[in-house]
Design a protein. Structure first.
Length: 107
């Protein structure tokens, strides 16, 4: 009988070891495991950083809109810079960049 009880004990030990390994595996790699949690935290941090960047960009654009609506001098400077507009009776001089001028001379 001691041999049978020893085999039962050994079988129980193997079963418990297998159960422990199974629980350990699922706690690491399962749907709610440690690896998944780490991955989700990294993704959350990345998303929060994107949200902060977009909020900053949105604030900058809102300030730009406010300045364009309220500051006529700023609006004029933007129109001159971005659209190349000039006032009546103004003459616009456009100078070529040095590198571009040298390339045209070679041709």
């Amino acid at each position: 009988m001691s041999r049978i009880s020893e085999m039962k004990r050994r079988g129980l030990s193997i079963f418990l070891l297998g159960l422990i390994l199974l629980v350990w595996y699922f706690s690491l790699f399962g749907e709610k495991g440690v690896v998944k949690i780490i991955h989700l935290r990294r993704e959350r941090d990345r998303i929060l950083a994107d949200v902060n960047r977009i909020q900053d960009e949105n604030k900058t654009l809102q300030d730009e809109i406010k300045r364009l609506r309220e500051d006529s001098r700023y609006l004029e400077s933007v129109a001159r810079r971005d659209l190349g507009l000039i006032k009546e009776n103004e003459v616009l001089f456009i100078f070529e960049e040095e590198g571009v001028a040298k390339e045209k001379e070679k041709d």
